[in-house]
Design a protein around this ligand. Structure first.
Ligand SMILES: Cc1cc2nc3c(=O)[nH]c(=O)nc-3n(C[C@H](O)[C@H](O)[C@H](O)COP(=O)(O)OP(=O)(O)OC[C@H]3O[C@@H](n4cnc5c(N)ncnc54)[C@H](O)[C@@H]3O)c2cc1C
Length: 606
């Protein structure tokens, strides 16, 4: 087995994680025990064997033509991301992002991601004496992943950092560290997102924002104000409707002290071991937003009972609960009856993370695929040199770059909008809705194709590809499912004309550079004249594609931009000789080698 210096030295089921904290003490983690849910730290390399002799396996064959493990690489060595980081005003964060990228690409961090997913959280509704406790137990790997994320401020740093570009720096950290595991990014994202909504209740924001922004992880159920740091969640979806939250039936009854008592259920509430939840409920004045603590200031558990954890397709390291609220105490956020208007501020931030997380998944997939193809030989040459495989890899790489580019443009708009730039806020309104729709829609196909580049190995868990594949559809469901995101694009277009103006002003900056892009923009200008609901998907797709094209034409190397506009935007792109409906059908003449090179990771040797 060839591997980088940080790679696991695996034999007989034992691996020393050379670059994890465990290695500092010279300890090793037994994979076999880890699979049963409780990894055993062992000084001995083999249980029950003290002889010091390693058992020898009989050798029947030499292992060859398998790629080295992709470990010991810098996840942040990503030219599209680094260029965007600088362009969007956060060049000052580059060193820190590179450091986080090296950590994310280490064998130790990847192992944490594997363990957290193979040992999913467990709900403990009662203690052994029969008392209700409603607690969720997580594998230690989960806690380590969250610890790194909060120590790097991925959950809230921009809210207490005045430097222009702070939201972009945070986006880059989220993008890079998310390569270890998508599940733990959920509470990280919700904590980041809760702040703008919480500011609708200045008193509560004053009490809790400093604790939400603290770069510390303090797990466990205690009164929020006694903790070193807090994490947040969001509780909107009910059995009868998630997209249409106006159908919520949870009741909120006001009390004399200004708090409310909430009674009802929520069908999905992720990261239920968080400290504070933004909850929607029907108050006398209509659907309203509330901040609900898991533990009350006097130390009693609030009436928030976890009924079940969802048995999910993917996102397995994260817990998503069904909740009953039984006279749970909560404090109002925003005006009564303005619940949707208030919580949408939170949703708008998590939508950005849906795009960033999708970009991470695509980048991880194409990186794994390009790495494999540059080491695997079939029919006498490396896979990456087989013209048809080169076309597949280049197409995946272009999709990934386009998504990363759009994600960071939106992170930049978020940053400038947060500082009062109205033009950027208007641009973000339309561009985020459309990009959330399109990027997330492209993800499952991208993951499937990247997986297939590894052949049978890609279908096997230990390649990491099945985890990416299972995760891929989720971002499209969350925070406005596909149709809802497309309809929201339409809403921005028709009800907020300033967002269309800001969007076309952005596209105009690329005008004249590529005739295929110019034609696509002209087509789009005509199409928005017919904003009917039935065509919302076409419109959202066209908006997202023209934005990606404009960004690539302005900022990407010619090989990437040309291939994108020729395949995704040209008039004849969908014709019999143009771009097909599967990845890997780029026009001939594409400089595939130049494109793939940007997606091929450098693994440190030694
Ligand atoms: C893993 C996971 C974790 C989650 N975590 C949370 C959480 O922490 N907090 C929380 O509140 N929710 C959470 N959710 C719920 C999620 O936000 C909802 O599932 C989502 O918003 C869709 O709502 P729904 O399931 O009720 O589907 P529905 O609203 O019934 O929608 C079903 C389908 O109909 C489409 N649709 C809806 N309206 C229209 C329309 N007008 N025209 C055309 N098509 C339409 C939707 O796009 C969707 O495809 C989670 C979901 C998952 C899968």
């Amino acid at each position: 087995m060839a591997r980088g210096p940080g790679g696991p030295r695996a034999r007989g089921g034992i691996a020393t994680i050379a670059d994890s904290s465990a290695s500092n003490s010279g300890l090793s983690i037994c994979f076999n025990c880890a699979k049963t849910g409780s990894p055993q730290i062992s000084q001995n390399r083999f249980h029950g064997q003290d002889s010091g002799q390693e058992p020898q396996m009989a050798t029947t064959h030499e292992v060859f033509n398998q790629p080295p493990a992709l470990a010991g690489y810098d996840v942040a060595s990503d030219p599209a991301m680094l260029d965007a980081l600088r362009r969007e005003g956060a060049g000052w964060a580059e060193d820190a992002i590179r450091e986080l990228g090296r950590l994310a690409g280490s064998a130790g961090a990847q192992e944490l991601g594997r363990q957290a997913n193979e040992n999913p959280p467990v709900l403990r509704t009662h203690d052994r004496f029969g008392h209700r406790i409603d607690e969720v137990e997580f594998h230690p790997a989960w806690h380590e992943l969250v610890t790194v994320a909060v120590q790097h401020g991925l959950h809230a740093a921009p809210w207490r950092d005045d430097r222009p570009g702070a939201h972009v720096a945070r986006a880059a950290g989220f993008y890079v560290w998310g390569a270890t595991d998508a599940g733990h990014c959920c509470p990280i994202s919700m904590t980041y997102a809760i702040v703008p909504a919480l500011r609708h209740a200045p008193g509560l924001a004053g009490r809790f924002e400093p604790l939400l922004a603290a770069q510390d992880y303090d797990f466990g159920l205690r009164p929020p104000e006694t903790k070193r740091a807090l994490l947040a969640g969001m509780s909107m979806t009910e059995k009868q409707g998630g997209s249409d939250v106006r159908a919520n039936t949870t009741r909120a009854v006001p009390r004399d002290d200004g708090s409310y008592l909430l009674t009802g259920h929520k069908w999905f509430t992720s990261a239920p071991m968080g400290d504070l939840f933004m909850v929607l409920a029907q108050a006398p004045g209509g659907l309203s937003c509330f901040l609900l603590p898991r533990v009350l200031p006097d130390g009693r558990r609030n009436g928030m009972h976890l009924q079940r954890l969802k048995d999910k397709l993917g996102n397995r390291s994260n817990a998503s609960a069904e909740v009953e609220y039984d006279q749970a105490t909560a404090w109002p956020v925003g005006e009564e009856g303005h619940g949707v208007r208030t919580i949408i501020e939170m949703v708008n931030m998590t939508r950005l993370d849906c795009v960033l997380g999708t970009a991470t998944g695509m980048r991880t997939g194409v990186t794994l695929a390009a790495h494999h193809a540059s080491h695997r030989t079939t029919f006498g040459r490396r896979l990456v040199d087989q013209p048809l495989m080169a076309g597949v890899l280049a197409d995946l790489a272009i999709e990934s770059e386009a998504t990363t580019m759009a994600a960071f443009r939106l992170a930049g708009a978020t940053d400038r909008a947060a500082r009062g730039d109205r033009q950027e806020a208007a641009f973000r309104r339309l561009a985020l809705a459309a990009t959330k729709y399109w990027a997330c829609k492209r993800a499952p196909g991208h993951a499937a194709e990247a997986l297939e580049c590894l052949g049978g190995n890609g279908y096997v868990e230990e390649s990491g590809m099945p985890r990416l594949y299972r995760e891929a559809p989720l971002a499209s469901i969350w925070e406005g499912s596909g149709n809802v995101a497309a309809l929201d694009t339409l809403r921005a277009l028709t009800r907020q004309p300033e967002s269309a103006e800001a969007f076309f002003a952005e596209l105009d900056q690329a005008s004249g550079a590529d005739s295929r892009l110019d034609q696509a923009i002209a087509r789009l200008r005509k199409e928005i004249g017919d904003p009917s609901e039935a065509r919302a998907r076409q419109l959202a797709e066209a908006i997202a594609l023209t934005l990606q094209g404009a960004l690539l034409v302005r900022h990407a190397p010619a090989a990437v931009a040309d291939a994108f506009t020729a395949s995704r935007l040209a008039d004849d792109a969908g014709g019999p000789w143009g771009w097909g409906h599967a990845y890997g059908t780029l026009p001939s003449g594409t400089d595939t080698a130049a494109v793939i090179e940007r997606a091929t990771p450098e693994v440190s040797s030694g």
